[in-house]
Design a protein around this ligand. Structure first.
Ligand code: URA
Length: 434
């Protein structure tokens, strides 16, 4: 087969056959197709779309690109979760230890920052020495020993997603439901969990801007999961404003730690409780969602979840002193407030623009080789529906460069829409796809 034929076929809106998709995935994974041709195909898929059959074939080919774990020699039932990507979304950092602390093993494969959305692995790498590059043996050993593991795509695990994910991040090809679906579900299938809770975001900071688009994406992924024999549900959650307060890697790690100590922002805790509760419910550890949430809350309140978080940092080589004392995490040189320019109520936030502002500060990548600056970002406690007077503090910018700080301030202020009237707060969830 020739790559140019596949690119032209998709460019012209035609359907790719299973053998063409399979060939592309294995040839690109093996390094036989250059990035520029793979990027052209990603863009053609982004613009032309893929039908359901092509999406399923792409997911399965990507899952087959490395090993597919069978973890039943380790535990009878393992759960996993995945978010479709959002701004300030540090859910995994809190939810994984919460669920593991309830006695449900969580084996998880995560990703790095993608477009305007932050990545779990980048956040965990704020801890000096922490690594997500685990061999299969190490993945299994850790899951058995401490009941939680957080891996990245490697040569063994979903390598096709590892390469395509990094390419999509910097080629404007993230927000395609087929590519998101294949990326997420290939990792979930390869990592071998029996049950998966998907957190599909919708709104100005999500890749799916409408509830309908989020539900469509959720439906494809839930079907793929269930067809593969995994119990899969998807929550449709709001991303019209950042989740919690912190945006940026070390700042988010710090917020997750505070949350595990019972001091996190209310919206973030409510989100974690729902996601963790659904995971406990799927694992059959509670008769209903309320009972599942009670177990999760108890695991936070008596410190068991915090112990699990420490174990996760330590087991993967991270400096646990930074977990115990978050002041030791990377810290920005310049911290300045963002002041309200007027009297009024926040009516809307362009959350994607806030995410991109964090990327430009250094919290994400504009090209593949960019190094992440773990220290930079925002702490933005302001929410839609909050009222301010001129000069009130909306939040803070953390930067290591004065010019970038000034640009970030402008971007955040430009991302806010104000109203003279009262504005109702937004719902947190829009439904569940089962
Ligand atoms: N998360 C992923 O793992 N992949 C995507 O494409 C989007 C979110």
């Amino acid at each position: 087969m020739r790559m140019i034929d596949l690119i032209e076929k998709k460019r012209d809106g035609l359907e790719l056959s299973p053998s063409e998709i399979d060939w592309f995935v294995s040839a690109y994974t093996n390094g036989d197709i250059p990035d520029y041709q793979a990027a052209a195909l990603m863009m053609a898929i982004f613009i032309r779309g893929m039908n359901r059959q092509e999406t399923v074939e792409l997911t399965m080919a990507m899952a087959r690109s490395g090993d597919q774990l069978d973890l039943h020699d380790i535990a009878p039932f393992i759960v996993d979760k995945h978010s479709s990507g959002g701004v300030g979304d540090k859910t995994t950092l809190a939810v994984q230890p919460l669920v593991a602390a309830c006695g449900v093993p969580v084996g998880k494969m995560s990703g790095r920052g993608l477009g305007s959305s932050g990545g779990t692995l980048d956040k965990m790498e704020s801890f000096r020495g922490w690594s997500s590059a685990l061999t299969l043996d190490r993945f299994k050993k850790q899951l058995k020993e401490i009941g939680l593991v957080l891996a990245g795509q490697t040569a063994d695990l979903a390598p096709a997603d590892g390469k395509l994910y990094a390419l999509r991040d910097v080629t404007g090809t993230v927000g395609s439901s087929s590519l998101i679906s294949a990326s997420i579900m290939s990792k979930k299938l390869a990592a071998g969990a029996d049950a998966i809770v998907l957190d599909v975001k919708t709104g100005s900071g999500a890749f799916m801007h409408t509830v309908e688009a989020a539900k469509d994406l959720a439906r494809i992924m839930v079907d793929i999961g269930n067809d593969a024999g995994r119990k899969t549900v998807a929550l449709i959650s709001d991303m019209n404003q950042p989740l919690g307060h912190a945006i940026g890697n070390a700042l988010e790690a710090q917020e997750a730690i505070a949350t595990l100590h019972g001091d996190g922002p209310a919206d973030f805790w409510a989100h974690c409780l729902e996601v963790a509760g659904q995971m406990i419910l799927l694992a059959g550890k509670a008769p209903d969602l309320d009972a599942a949430k009670a177990l999760v809350t108890a695991a936070r309140d008596d410190g068991r979840a915090w112990v699990k978080f420490r174990e996760l940092v330590q087991a993967q080589g991270g400096d646990v002193a930074q977990a115990d004392n978050p002041d030791l995490l990377p810290h920005a040189e310049i911290v300045e407030p963002i002041l309200s320019p007027q009297r009024g109520t926040i009516a809307a936030m362009d959350t994607g623009a806030i995410g991109w502002a964090a990327v430009r500060l250094g919290a994400g990548r504009l090209i593949k080789s960019d190094e992440i600056d773990a220290a930079v970002g925002f702490v933005l406690p302001c929410k839609i529906g909050d009222a301010f007077e001129p000069g009130d503090t909306l939040g803070f910018i953390y930067a290591n460069d004065a010019e970038k700080l000034a640009e970030a301030r402008e971007s955040v202020l430009a991302a806010l829409t104000w109203s003279a009237d009262e504005v109702a707060p937004l719902p947190h969830f829009y439904g569940i796809v089962e």
